[in-house]
Design a protein around this ligand. Structure first.
Ligand code: CMP
Length: 139
């Protein structure tokens, strides 16, 4: 059986502030395995496709502006309970509610510019990993 994978994104705010290295360091220290990495600049259209589940929400249009505002880094992670472990490492969506020591507590600016993304469940993880990576990209 395949190892459980999840999709992580280092968002444009964290790439711009040169925080990506620190986030990679936290990923490696956590014991999660980096399976594939890709730096991309999403078009507004692709960002809309990726975040289609949020269409119609008040923050949706701004989210697309933000996610297409510069390069981001997509990372496929694996490990036991990878989805939950990456979400714990990121901390709550809103950095005001994020636990001490989490990525968002340390590096996010606000609920929108929140440094990173992580899949929320096995089915979305499968979809989100294959949004960015083909089988050939994955080790
Ligand atoms: P993410 O975990 O990538 O999932 C959806 C994103 O929408 C979220 O991180 C934030 O960047 C953004 N988001 C979620 N809730 C809000 C909100 N209340 N206001 C603004 N942006 C939000």
């Amino acid at each position: 059986m395949d190892k459980v994978k999840t999709l992580a994104i280092i968002k444009p705010d964290a790439v711009r502030s040169k925080t990506a290295g620190k986030i990679f360091n936290m990923i490696e220290n956590s014991g999660l395995t980096i399976e594939a990495v890709k730096m991309v600049r999403l078009t507004r259209e692709l960002a809309g496709e990726f975040y289609a589940v949020h269409k119609g929400k008040p923050f949706y249009e701004e989210l697309l502006n933000f996610m297409s505002s510069g390069p981001c880094i997509a990372i496929a992670l694996s490990g036991e309970n990878a989805i939950t472990r990456w979400r714990e490492l990121m901390g709550a969506t809103n950095p005001e509610n994020a636990a001490e020591g989490t990525i968002r507590k340390l590096y996010a600016t606000n609920v929108q510019h929140n440094a990173c993304h992580g899949s929320d469940a096995p089915e979305t993880a499968r979809q989100e990993v294959s949004f960015f990576f083909t089988g050939m990209d994955l080790i």
